[in-house]
Design a protein around this ligand. Sequence first.
Ligand SMILES: [Zn+2]
Length: 200
Amino acid sequence: MSYIPEPIEKLARELSRLPGLGIKTAYRIAFHIADSRDLDAEGFSDAVKQVKDRIKICRTCFGYSVDDECRICSDDSRDKRSLCVVERPQDIFVIERGGFRGSYHVLHGVIAPLDGIGPSDIKLAELFDKVRSGNVGELVIALNPSIEGDATTMYIAKSITDLKIRVSRLARGVPAGASIDYVDDTTLCRAIEERQDISC
Ligand SMILES: [Zn+2]
C-alpha cells in the first residue's frame, strides 16, 4: 500500500493523464503544490474550469473560441480569400507567429487508416464546401509533416484539382516528423513565405 496522503496521490494521478507528464513528474508537481504556500488554489482550479466551460468551437473555422465565431473569423481586415488548413485548433496560433493574415480551417485530425480515421471523420466535407463556394482564392495546407499529414494534404489537393485555385503547402523548412509547434518563428515565416504549389 502507498503511504502517500490520498489528496496528493489523487492529484498526481490526474496530472499524469496530461500529455508529456510521466508519473514521476506528476508526483513532483503534486508535492510542489502541497509545499507551496502562495499558490492560489482557487484561481488555479477556476482557470481550468473556465477553459472547460467557456471554450467552444468557432462555427466558421472550427478553432477554439469564447464566442460563436472566433476573433480571427470576425476580423474584417483579414484576407478571407486565403485559407490555411491546419490539423488542430492550437496550430492556428503557431501559423499566426509566422505572419499569416488570411483565415483558417481546422480539420480536427488527419486521415489515418491504421487508427480507423477516414475522410468523413474529420472536417473535410466542410472544407470542400467552403472551397467550392467560390470565396477562396488560395488554399495553404499546413498539416504536420507526418505520413498521415502528407497523405491528407495530397487527398485535399487531388479532390479539388478541377477548381482554378492555388493550392500550396508549407516549404520544407519544417523537419519531417516534427510537430509544427516546435518550429522556431524564423523557420516558420520562411516556410509560409516560400510555400510550394502542389501539382497533382
Ligand atoms: Zn473562427
